[in-house]
Design a binder for this molecule. Structure first.
Ligand code: F6R
Length: 609
């Protein structure tokens, strides 16, 4: 998704902003741009494609100390130079992350005032609105200070916007300032002695100063090289203290791997270990008296995070006796859910910035449900705004396709199921400890599965996948959740059409797709459901499908064409049984010459609806 940076200080702002944009590349983008103040004049350089295209177009003579920058992930209008940010209105330039929902109405009004638009974007209304508000408040100019008048105009413009926005605004009439506003999309300011920096991501912001201000919704901030001032939406100045953010990320880049995705797969054992070790501290902060009154649990998330919730449903239900429902965040937010103070809504998210999941949190809070965020980014909006949180310790995940975050989400959710069952006195602490030690064991087991996978997943296995037009993934119970995640992994980086189905549902329509040579991947790690899934395998084989079975069970030889063995860890098997398909997906993308870290059309943090 779009990324924003801005800098004011004594160094060459163009360099700092370009460096920031490169650090934000992992979010996914299709064009980039920079706005700078050069000798008091606003200059804009923006290009379709990689950040380096913009970088190469910035004149070497531009040495000013104020700039904003942007990576764009197209929503309104194709990727093009014109649609790239910043967008400008005379002296004003704006970069934006989010979506302006009422832009069409605002654009019409502005066009009626005679304004000519240069792009197809929703964002371009913003600089024109600010410019127009400045002109209208000029009558007041004698009463107010010029700068206060400018800030007032920004607020007037903002009040007309519906939707989500993180904005950085440059105005050559106020050449030593950047104004930022946040609603819905993330923005973090960092301050060092002689400069300020702003970015969409706390890691990137903190690389310029450990003292960071994480903006809240409906906050405006005025940045100068030596000062940061916060305002509410009525223009009242407010106090805000910085927090010290010490990154626990090592700056080792690929750590000797060709891609982040492979590096992150190799980091799964550590992610599991760190998460399993630290979740108990998070549980200590949960309100036990509220947990004791729960009647219902809903687990909400998107994509991989949704699949983690699906996988946790059975363990939660069997160990707590509380009914659990899984919801896709974008559906949940508009579903008028029947929830109340006796409902626990668990929001699962790696980034903690996914717009739909944040909106789901808002609904849950409005309806007085207890909200629990399971997040990897401890300073994210979701982490800050939920009633309580469990932090997964996967470390920063840069590859767009989620791997180690998923394994850690399973560890966090399964561990929570055990904790809750002790609180509810469904199992005793001794039993919970025994089960918890099984979860801890998945650290070493995942290490073996990865080592074996990197050794065993060779050209023969990748050849099974790489030329397929379509692959069907089957499983039942928790194996269905793993199949769904495996299907997402393969499709998002290899662009092979993948479907996932509960194995028993196949014959109600989908089996019509099966024909000679169709590849079916089946997960069979749940001994109770194995025979039921086997029935489905015989049904697809009878219609000519090739079956690739991933299992910890003994299977009859006529049920599969290829078998991939994974270790059994009872109910916790999904933590490691996903790993072979994470590895296969990675190598299939490589075999097809695709960049697994930056799949087409995708963004790492989906901060728009
Ligand atoms: C797939 C993937 C996405 C994310 C989804 C939610 O590999 O990464 O499906 O899981 O966009 O993102 P978070 O977890 O950041 O809310």
């Amino acid at each position: 998704m779009c990324g924003i940076v801005g800098y004011i200080g004594s160094k060459r702002a163009a360099d700092i902003v370009i460096d920031g944009l490169k650090k934000l590349e992992y979010r996914g983008y299709d064009s980039a741009g920079v706005g700078l103040i050069e000798n008091g004049k606003l200059e804009i350089i923006k290009k379709k494609g990689r950040v380096v295209n913009t970088e190469e177009s910035i004149p070497k003579t531009f040495n000013g100390g104020v700039a904003i920058g942007h990576t764009r992930w197209a929503t309104h209008g194709v990727p093009s130079d014109n649609n790239s940010h910043p967008h400008r209105s005379e002296s004003i330039a704006v970069v934006h992350n989010g979506i302006i929902e009422n832009y069409a109405v605002l654009k019409k009004e502005l066009e009626e005032e005679g304004i000519l638009f240069q792009s197809e974007t929703d964002t371009e209304v913003i600089p024109h609105l600010i410019k127009s508000a400045i002109s209208h408040s000029m009558s007041d100019i004698h009463k107010k200070k010029r700068e206060a008048c400018y800030l007032h105009a920004v607020l007037m413009a903002i009040k007309k916007l519906k939707g989500s926005y993180a904005l950085a605004i440059l105005n050559s009439d106020f050449p030593d300032t950047i104004v930022c506003v946040k609603k819905g999309s993330p923005l973090v300011v960092s301050k060092s002695e002689s400069s300020v920096f702003v970015a969409s991501d706390v890691e990137v912001a903190s690389s310029h100063g450990k003292n960071v201000y994480i903006l809240e919704d409906d906050e405006m901030v005025l940045l100068r090289s030596d000062e940061v001032s916060f305002f509410d939406m009525n223009g009242r100045e407010k106090e805000k203290d910085p927090m010290e953010y010490i990154s626990n990320e090592s700056a080792d880049g690929f750590a000797g791997n060709p891609h982040y995705m492979l590096k992150e797969i190799k980091e799964i054992p550590q992610a599991i270990h760190e998460t399993a070790k630290s979740v108990e501290n998070c549980f200590l902060k949960l309100p036990k008296w509220k947990l004791n009154k729960l009647k219902k649990i809903i687990i909400v998330g998107c994509g991989t995070a949704y699949h983690a919730g699906l996988s946790a449903k059975t363990i939660l239900e069997t160990h707590t006796g509380i009914p659990v429902a899984n919801e896709i965040a974008s559906e949940f937010r508009y579903s008028n859910p029947i929830i109340d103070k006796n409902t626990l809504v668990i929001l699962v998210s790696q980034s903690g910035e996914t717009a739909d999941t944040i909106a789901a949190l808002d609904i849950a809070k409005k309806k007085k449900a207890l909200t629990l965020a399971v997040v990897n980014n401890a300073t994210s909006a979701l982490a800050m705004e939920a009633d309580c949180k469990i932090t997964t310790r996967a470390g920063k995940e840069i590859a767009v396709a989620s791997t180690k975050a998923y394994n850690s989400q399973l560890v966090a959710l399964y561990s929570f199921a055990l904790y809750l069952s002790v609180v509810l006195r469904k199992i005793n602490s001794q039993k919970a400890r025994e089960l918890k030690s099984k979860i801890m064991e998945t650290t070493s087991i995942s290490r073996q599965v990865i080592e074996m996978g990197l050794d065993k997943i060779d050209k023969t296995i990748i050849d099974i996948f790489k030329n397929e037009k379509a692959v069907m993934f089957l499983g039942r119970g928790v194996d269905y959740a793993t199949a769904a995640e495996a299907s997402l992994k393969l499709k998002e980086i290899s662009y092979i059409h993948c479907e996932s189905y509960p194995a028993g549902e196949l014959k109600h329509g989908t089996i019509a797709l099966i024909e000679e040579g169709y590849l079916v991947v089946a997960y069979l790690t749940d001994s109770l459901l194995k025979d039921k899934t086997l029935n489905a395998l015989y049904e697809v084989k009878a219609r000519g499908a090739k079956v690739f079975a991933i299992t910890n069970q003994e299977l009859p030889k006529d049920a599969y064409d290829y078998i991939y063995h994974v270790p059994s860890i009872g109910i916790f098997s999904p933590i490691t049984s996903i790993i072979p398909m994470q590895i296969i997906s990675y190598f299939t993308a490589i075999a097809k010459d695709y960049d697994p870290d930056k799949p087409r059309n995708l963004a790492k943090s989906v901060t728009v609806e």
